[in-house]
Design a protein around this ligand. Structure first.
Ligand code: SUD
Ligand code: ADP
Length: 323
C-alpha cells in the first residue's frame, strides 16, 4: 500500500438562498433556517508531512501544525487570513489529532479563491477540507458522522462545506437535510473591498429586529428549487441578515441595485455579507440567453467602481473532495 505524504482537498463556497434568523438564544447563537447552496468558487487545502517533525512554536497551531501558508487570486482579501493557531484549518487539524490520538506535524497550505470575511464561508470551507485531508493523511479513519460532528464543533457553516450541493440547515445551521434541485444555476458575485464580522452582523440584526419570529422554510423557494425554475428561485431569494449588513455597509444597496438593473433574476447579500450574489439564469433556459444576461450583469458591476472583484460561478456543486 502506498502511503500518501501529501493530500489536497478541494472545497466550495456557499451562498444562502434563504437565511431566516430567529431570536437570539441563550448560548449566543440564533436558530436559523438556512438554505445553503454550494457554488463553484473553490479553495484548495494541502496538508503535507512536515520535513522536520519539530513541534510548532507556542500559538503556532498545536503540535500537529508546523507551518501555515496561504496564496490565491484574492487581492487584498488574503491579508485577512490569520496564519496562526486561530486559523480554522489549523484548528481542524488539531481537532482530528485530539479526537483520534493520531497525527504528526504537517504543513498546511491554503490556495484561496473564496472571499475572506465575505459571507461565503471560506474559513468554514478550509476547516472542512482540513478535516478530510488530515483524516486521510494520518489514516485516522473517522466515519462520516464523526467528521460531521467535528465540523459542527468548529463552526455552524462547517458541516455544509463537507456535504455541499443544496441543503437546509436548522439549529444554528449545523443540522442538515438535503434539498434536491434539478436545476443548475449561474451566479455572479460582487466582492467587496471590505470584510464584515459575522458576529457583528448578528448583533446588528438583534438591534434592528429585537422581536424576530421563529424561522421557517419559505415554501415558494422550496417549490422553485424543486422545479429548477431560475426566475422563481430569483424572486424567492431572501436573507434576514441583509438589512443588518446594509446598515453596516450602506453602499451595498447600490451594488445590489446595479446587478438588478442589469437584468439579474435575483440579488441578495450572501450570508452576513458583504459579498453580493446575483442569480443570472440556468435550469431549462437557453444557454445563450443566460450568457448574455451574465455578461450584462458582470459589465455593469465592473463598471460601477463599487466592487473589488467580480466573479462568476455555477451551483450546485459537491462538498469537500480529495483530489
Ligand atoms: C451567517 C452565516 C450563514 O450561513 O454565514 P457567513 O455569513 O458567516 O458565511 C452562518 O450562520 C455563520 O456561520 P459561521 O461563520 O460558521 O459562524 P460561527 O463560527 O458558528 O459563529 C460565529 C458567530 O456568529 C453568530 N452566529 C452564528 C451562527 C448562528 N446560527 N447564530 C449566530 O448568532 C454568533 O455570534 C457566533 O459567535
Ligand atoms: N482559513 C481561513 N480563511 C479565511 N478566514 C479565516 C480562516 N480561518 C480563520 N479565519 C478568520 O475568520 C474570519 C471569517 O472568515 P470567512 O469564513 O472567510 O468569512 P465568513 O464567515 O463571512 O464566510 C476571517 O476574518 C478570519 O479572521
Amino acid at each position: 500500500m502506498t502511503v500518501n505524504t501529501t493530500v489536497t482537498v478541494r472545497v466550495p463556497a456557499k451562498v444562502n438562498l434563504q437565511l431566516a434568523v430567529g431570536p437570539g438564544r441563550e448560548d449566543g447563537f440564533h436558530d436559523l433556517v438556512n438554505v445553503f447552496h454550494a457554488v463553484s468558487l473553490f479553495d484548495e487545502v494541502t496538508v503535507k508531512e512536515a520535513r522536520s517533525r519539530r513541534p510548532s512554536p507556542p500559538g503556532g497551531g498545536g503540535s500537529v501544525v508546523a507551518e501555515l501558508t496561504a496564496g490565491g487570486g484574492l487581492g487584498s482579501h488574503l491579508s485577512r487570513v490569520p496564519l496562526d493557531a486561530s486559523n480554522l484549518a489549523a484548528r481542524a487539524a488539531v481537532l482530528v489529532a485530539e479526537r483520534t490520538g493520531k497525527g504528526f506535524p504537517v504543513t498546511v497550505h491554503l490556495d484561496k479563491n473564496i472571499p475572506v470575511a465575505g459571507g461565503m464561508a471560506g474559513g468554514s470551507a478550509d476547516a472542512a477540507a482540513a478535516l478530510v485531508a488530515c483524516d486521510r493523511l494520518w489514516g485516522a479513519g473517522l466515519s462520516r458522522e464523526a467528521l460531521l460532528d467535528c465540523a459542527a464543533e468548529l463552526g455552524s457553516d462547517v458541516p455544509f462545506a463537507l456535504v455541499g450541493s443544496t441543503a437546509v440547515g436548522t439549529g444554528r445551521g449545523e443540522v442538515l437535510s438535503p434539498m434536491a434541485s434539478p436545476g443548475r444555476f449561474r451566479w455572479v458575485f460582487a466582492l467587496s473591498p471590505h470584510g464584515l464580522s459575522t458576529a457583528r452582523v448578528f448583533r446588528e440584526y438583534d438591534r434592528i429586529r429585537p422581536d424576530a419570529p421563529p424561522p421557517s422554510l419559505d415554501p415558494a423557494l422550496a417549490g422553485a428549487l424543486a422545479l429548477g425554475d431560475p426566475a422563481a428561485v430569483g424572486a424567492a431569494l431572501t436573507n434576514d441578515l441583509q438589512e443588518a449588513a446594509l446598515s453596516l455597509l450602506p453602499e451595498l444597496e447600490r451594488t445590489l441595485g446595479t446587478g438588478r438593473g442589469a437584468g439579474a433574476l435575483g440579488a441578495l447579500v450572501s450570508g452576513s455579507g458583504p459579498t453580493c450574489a446575483f442569480l443570472v439564469g440556468g435550469g431549462p433556459e437557453d444557454a445563450a440567453v443566460v450568457a448574455e444576461r451574465e455578461a450584462s450583469v458582470v459589465a455593469a458591476l465592473e463598471g460601477s467602481g463599487l466592487c473589488e472583484q467580480v466573479v462568476t460561478a455555477h451551483g450546485d456543486v459537491p462538498g469537500a473532495v480529495v483530489l
